[in-house]
Structures are given as structure tokens and as C-alpha cells.
Ligand binder design. Structure first.
Ligand code: ZN
Ligand code: ZN
Length: 468
């Protein structure tokens, strides 16, 4: 994984693609109503560094709607909010595309150590968790330092016990540790259920040391009955490790009363900046409208929604682009990418030439990755060069997309990943602490500038972005 040094935001204009000093940016705005050629990109980029649209969107969505769990009335409110906002910003073809899905809702959630040292523990249920029943569950706890240790015990061996999987997630700039440590959450409950466990608690998939547990979805394989599954905050999980180090049997009391609320409606919100040349194809940009219920979903993913919307608005105001830019605000990403899948099924036969997703918080973009056909190489070169003044380096690995555009990536559609710095993302991810005060306005603006730059070039490029 390529790493580049951090370039302070105050110095973005000193480095051009070559590392040589660049001319100071032109402060001339591209006049509204005139076509924006790529040559206007520097002015658009510099203007976007003063963006207030994105923060206004994050502020509105997190204040006027707040938490937006998938397939709930709150998520429906978020769709209505987004439609009104996108219309007021001047987008075209603004509409909701509904679909149905199973809804999971949180209930009560408490945990206490019963023996050997009685005390309360901070816990939260994982999405899709089973319930303990109203009376709760008391059982002996079996400690597994890693998910591999849990995997190693025979099926049926944990009958009537609570499995505890601990581990220490390390922060990384590129977020790569999520895949490795996240397995305890994605797959741990299903594995524990197969081993016969009555319930499972894991150390939060998080890099902070606050007593705020991290939720997130888990997945029980077909045929496996969901068991109660919850995350302890990192300090509480470490406390439990210390208790185990005393060598005495450990008993936990757990109360989790989430439930499935039948099939409910969710939906995607679509808006467009119509292009001048329908044969040039669609650029689809996406972030997700839904959030977990504990915080207000500011970094996950009101920020992504705001960044792509603000950038598309800036390109729109600069003039009609060649390609249509379609803003796709996905529903139900958190619980399994239902919105992204529904969009793909409904629109896969349209000519998409590029998709890009923003769903990794609001901290600065430090690297850009591409997955383009060979004939579009000059486009990716121009985008990389135009991003360099923002302190963004070009990665050597192909872009992989995210949950809401992965099917297009798999289908061979061009993809750009504007990689955000994830060093502190998992301090806040899926916790009650995911609130707007954690967003650094200057870093949010750098995101908008990078997306505006990328979209201006990609939407106006004369080259084909898709193999013929
Ligand atoms: Zn997200
Ligand atoms: Zn998330």
C-alpha cells in the first residue's frame, strides 16, 4: 500500500504534479451559464476550497432529521429532506426510488458482570442481533483472544455459554484494518451460533478508548438462528480481559431486546445534472442517506452525501457538462447495501461510464485510485495532476469502489476512489459520538474541492471512459 507524506492544507498550491512550484491559482470564477471546459478546473478547485454547501447539508440532515436507521420512519424523513434540498439546489429529475426490505430495530440493551466482580458494562447490540427475551440471559463467558480462536473450537462446544471475542484494532490511514478486525463483527456471531453459544459479545470494532460501544451489522448464515450479539466498548472489553486474567469463572448478565419489524419501505434518492451529450454516458456518484441510530450519522455518511452533492452542484453551476452527473443517495447501506443493489438492478442497462462513492468520513483525501480502460488513461492522468495541488497523490492499485457501487465495479464500469484519511475514522464509526462537531470544516472543503476537480474533468473529457 503506497503511503505519501501529509501535506498541510495551508500549502496546497506549492506543489504541482511534478513537485515543482506551481503558478498561484486564478481566482477568476467560471461565469454561471457558460460551458465549463476542463481549463476552468483550477478556478473551480480553488473556489471549492471555500465551500459552505457541504457543511450546510451535513448540518441540515443531522439536525432536522438526526439518526436515520434503514427502513424506518426516520430514514423516510431523510429521503423527503434530501428531495427538498436537492430541488432547492437546482438539480433535475429529483425523485425517490423505493424498495422493500426487512427492518431490524434496536431494543433495550444492558450488560453486567455478575461474578467474580459485579459491575455494569457498556454495550450495544449489533444489527441483526437476536434477542435475549425480556428477562435477559445469565451465563458463563468463554474468552477468545481472536476470531481464529473461536473458529478453532468444535461445533456445539459452547452450548449455553456466552462467547467473548476480543482483539485490538489498529488505526490505519487507508482503513485496511477494518477488513481484518471487522470479521469478529461480520462473521463472529454466526460462528458462535454454530458452536452452540447462547450469545456473543465482542470488543468493539473501533480504535478509540471511550466508553462508547460501536454497533454495525452482522450476518447470520442461512439456516443459522440469530443469537443475541453485542459489542462492548473498547475499555469495557479490556476490563473483561483483566477480569479473565484472574483465572476465575466469569458470569455475565445480558439483556438485549431488538426485533425484526417485518418488511418495510426504504429507498434511494436520485438527482441529476443533465449532460449535453447523452451518448457520452452517465457518471454516478453515491453516498448513503441511512445511518446507525446511536449518533446522528455525521461522518457516516451525511458527509459523503454532502461532499458529492456539493461537488455536483458546483460543476452544475459552472455550466452544462458533457456527461450527465447522477447523484445517488442510497438507502439502507448500513444493513447490507440494499439501496446500492436496488439501484443496480433498476439502472444497470443504462450507459454508466464512471461511478464513485464517498463513505469514509470527512477527513482529507490523500490518495486517488483509478480503474479505467486503457484509452481513458489521459483522463486519469489529468485528474491526478489537477488533484496534486490539494496534496493528493496517485495510488498504484486499482480503485475498488464501495458498497453502493461495487456491482458496477464488478461489471467493469470505470471507478475512481478518492481515498480519505481514515486514521481517526474508527474512533467514531457507528457510535453515539458520530456527530457534526467531529467534522473539521477545512478538511470537508478539501473533499469538495477534490470531488469538484474530478467531476469537472471526468464529466467534460472528450475521451471515452468506457471500453467500446
Ligand atoms: Zn457508511
Ligand atoms: Zn457505516
Amino acid at each position: 500500500m503506497q503511503k505519501i507524506g501529509l501535506i498541510p492544507l495551508a500549502l496546497p498550491f506549492l506543489l504541482a504534479a511534478t513537485g515543482a512550484p506551481a503558478a498561484p491559482p486564478s481566482l477568476t470564477e467560471v461565469p454561471a451559464g457558460r460551458a465549463a471546459p476542463e481549463s476552468g478546473v483550477a478556478a473551480l478547485r480553488e473556489a471549492a476550497l471555500k465551500d459552505d454547501i457541504a457543511m450546510d447539508i451535513v448540518e441540515g440532515l443531522t439536525t432536522e432529521v438526526g439518526p436515520r436507521p434503514a427502513a424506518t420512519a426516520q430514514e423516510a424523513k431523510a429521503r423527503e429532506w434530501a428531495v427538498a434540498k436537492l430541488k432547492s439546489l437546482g438539480f433535475s429529475n429529483v425523485h425517490i426510488e423505493p424498495y422493500s426490505m426487512p427492518a431490524w430495530v434496536r431494543g433495550e440493551e444492558t450488560a453486567s458482570l455478575i461474578s467474580p466482580f459485579p459491575q455494569k458494562l457498556a454495550i450495544t447490540a449489533l444489527g441483526n442481533s437476536g434477542a435475549t427475551g425480556k428477562k435477559g440471559l445469565q451465563a458463563e463467558v468463554v474468552y477468545f483472544p481472536t476470531i481464529a480462536d473461536l473458529q478453532a473450537v468444535p461445533d456445539g462446544s459452547l452450548k449455553g455459554k456466552i462467547a467473548f471475542v476480543s482483539h485490538a484494532m489498529k488505526p490505519t490511514q487507508d482503513g485496511s484494518s477494518y477488513g481484518e478486525y471487522g470479521t469478529a463483527r461480520f462473521a463472529g456471531p454466526g460462528i458462535a451460533a454454530r458452536k452452540g453459544a447462547a450469545a456473543i459479545v465482542i470488543k468493539s470494532i473501533g480504535t478509540d478508548h471511550h466508553r462508547v460501544p460501536h454497533t454495525g451489522v452482522t450476518d447470520f448464515p442461512k439456516g443459522v438462528t440469530p443469537i443475541p450479539a453485542a459489542a462492548l466498548s473498547v475499555p469495557d472489553a479490556e476490563q473483561l480481559e483483566r477480569v479473565f486474567s484472574r483465572g476465575q469463572p466469569v458470569t455475565l448478565s445480558l439483556l438485549l431486546t431488538p426485533r425484526f419489524n417485518g418488511t418495510q419501505q426504504s429507498g434511494n434518492v436520485i438527482a441529476e445534472v443533465p449532460g449535453s451529450d447523452p451518448s457520452a454516458g452517465i457518471i454516478m456518484v453515491t453516498g448513503h442517506l441511512d445511518s446507525w441510530d446511536l449518533g446522528t450519522g455525521a461522518i457516516d455518511d451525511a458527509s459523503g452525501v454532502a461532499i458529492i452533492t456539493a461537488a455536483a452542484k458546483r460543476v452544475m453551476d459552472a455550466g452544462t457538462p458533457r456527461r450527465t452527473i447522477r447523484v445517488m443517495l442510497a438507502g439502507a447501506e448500513e444493513v447490507g447495501g440494499f439501496g446500492g443493489d436496488a439501484y443496480y438492478e433498476a439502472h444497470k442497462n443504462e450507459l454508466h461510464v464512471l461511478t464513485s462513492e464517498s463513505d469514509f468520513g470527512a477527513d482529507r483525501i490523500w490518495r486517488v485510485d483509478f480503474k479505467f480502460p486503457a484509452e481513458a488513461k489521459p483522463v486519469s492522468d489529468r485528474i491526478a495532476a489537477a488533484l496534486a495541488p490539494l496534496g493528493i497523490g496517485a495510488g498504484k492499485q486499482p480503485a475498488g469502489g464501495g458498497a453502493d457501487n461495487e456491482k458496477f465495479v464488478k461489471a467493469g464500469i470505470g471507478t475512481i476512489d478518492l481515498q480519505q484519511d481514515g486514521t481517526r475514522y474508527f474512533d467514531l464509526h457507528h457510535t453515539a459520538d458520530d456527530t457534526i462537531d467531529k467534522i473539521d470544516p477545512e478538511q470537508l472543503r478539501q473533499n469538495v474541492a477534490a470531488w469538484t476537480t474530478m467531476l469537472t474533468i471526468a464529466a467534460n473529457a472528450r475521451e471515452n471512459l468506457k471500453e467500446k
